[in-house]
Design a protein around this ligand. Structure first.
Ligand SMILES: *[C@@H]1O[C@H](CO)[C@@H](O)[C@H](O)[C@H]1NC(C)=O
Length: 433
């Protein structure tokens, strides 16, 4: 598409992450095609009017050539038919964002890939990304939840059991009363983030799973199916609350496999602009377990640093391989990517022994200005096996340079560091002192 955004590549990976469910949909017969169209077709001329008229309208921005859009179409139509009888009304619409005259709409609503679905509420005063499933039943269920209250009251253990899905993140505010700044702020955040998470509020912490009555109210508790399972915050400032939710809601190591439960975390991982470490290994082979545990330990060591971790099954992550110019037979391999750019360093692993050491070396030296220069030079194709030629060889011949942290370097970098440089011609660019 025409929009050139630094985040454009993300869409590509997101599409890959969703490829599985889309593929499943493609295999299904297009049964809905013969039935009447329940999905509204909008364009640049009718868009504003439709958004003004319907208090809750979902718009799919699509391109006719896009495979995932084609796979979604019958499911979206089926969902629209089912939802057409819903009270209050839930309207599903679509815009061909590939058509020249509609492009301003795609730009205005920051559409970076196809299909993109957005929820417009209150005459477009509140716009959220649709982050639900892509098959009819899932779409219906997700959207029904989106029109109800953003946070539901938990009055009994039964309420808790029916509202809280232990495979998903659930955020609950525990209060002494349903009023006051804390409560108002909590509800405001729930409204804002409702398309990403499920929210509840209660006066009784003992109704919650893994809950105890002894908590000091008010408090926000985030229940999650990974890592420490429960995490609390007592800071009800809106920005702090959002930050808390964001920071607590991704597993320390995100798994890239065929399990759809992992896909929301995968999307967040790729949407993040933080530097990323990605280990790709064949999940069906013996060494997988040792890689997994070593990697988890590495992630634990890096937990206060601005580095995100992913472990990917080479079967599921083929698209990512193509993207980074790598080959499956090179796995197991680890890749460190510089934020949301396409620049990366990779290492082919023969054992887990070198993994941790390489992570430390690379993550702490890749930002040296000398490396950054090479990194940024077009002579370096993405995903080249640079690591084999520098960080490991530095251990054998270690000339060092002291490097001061530049303002653009990640916060977790020490203010001053010793940067080892290999004597090979490629690495002789001086670090800035
Ligand atoms: C992963 O390993 C399994 C078991 O050894 C093998 O059958 C499969 O072909 C491997 N997958 C890839 C993509 O190499």
């Amino acid at each position: 598409m025409a929009t050139r955004s630094p985040a454009a590549w993300i869409s590509l990976l997101l599409a890959l992450a969703l490829a599985l469910s889309a593929r499943a949909a493609e295999e299904a017969p297009a049964a809905a095609a013969a039935e009447g169209e329940a999905v509204l077709t909008l364009d640049v001329d009718t868009f504003d009017e439709a958004v003004a008229k319907h208090p809750f309208i979902v718009v799919e921005f699509y391109a006719p050539w896009c495979g995932h859009c084609k796979a979604l179409a019958p499911e979206y139509e089926k969902a629209a038919q089912s939802l057409s009888k819903h009270d209050p009304p839930i309207v599903l619409a679509k815009v061909d964002a590939n058509e020249d005259k509609n492009r301003p709409l795609a730009t205005k609503y920051e559409v970076q890939g196809f299909p993109t679905l957005k929820i417009f509420r209150n005459q477009g005063k509140n716009i959220q990304e649709y982050k639900g499933p892509r098959e009819a039943e899932g779409i219906v269920e997700y959207l029904k939840k989106q029109v109800g209250p953003a946070s539901k009251e938990i009055k009994s253990p039964e309420d808790a059991a029916s509202l809280i899905d232990d495979k998903k993140i659930y955020i609950v505010g525990v209060f002494t009363e349903f009023s006051g700044t804390e409560f108002t702020n909590f509800m405001e955040v729930a409204e804002k983030l409702r398309s990403d998470y499920d929210f509840g509020h209660t006066l009784h912490a003992n109704h919650l799973p893994r809950g105890d009555a002894a908590v000091e109210r008010p408090l926000v508790r985030l229940l999650k199916p990974f890592d420490e399972l429960v995490v609390d915050s007592k800071d009800f400032d809106i920005a702090a609350l959002e930050k808390f939710i964001d920071a607590s809601s991704t597993p320390r190591v995100v798994t890239f496999d065929k399990n759809p439960d992992n896909h929301p975390y995968l999307l967040k991982f790729f949407q993040s602009s933080a530097p990323k470490a990605m280990l790709f290994v064949n999940f069906s082979t013996g060494p997988f377990d040792s890689f997994k545990s070593t990697y988890a330990a590495a992630a634990e060591e890096f937990k206060d640093k601005e580095l995100k971790f992913l472990i990917g099954d080479i079967e599921a992550a083929q698209g990512a391989f193509q993207y980074f110019g790598l080959k499956e037979e090179q796995a197991p391999l680890i890749l460190i990517q510089d934020g949301d750019s396409k620049k990366s360093l990779s290492l082919f692993l023969r054992s887990t022994t070198s993994l941790l050491r390489w992570l430390w070396l690379t993550a702490s030296t890749m930002w040296c200005s000398s490396l950054a220069k090479m990194f940024l030079s077009s002579s370096m194709p993405p995903g080249v096996d640079t690591a084999r030629s520098w960080p490991l060889s530095w251990r054998r011949q270690p000339p060092h340079l002291k490097v001061m942290r530049k303002s653009w370097l990640p916060r977790w970098m020490p203010p001053q560091m010793t940067c080892p440089v290999s004597s090979t011609s490629r690495a002789t660019q001086p670090c800035t002192l």
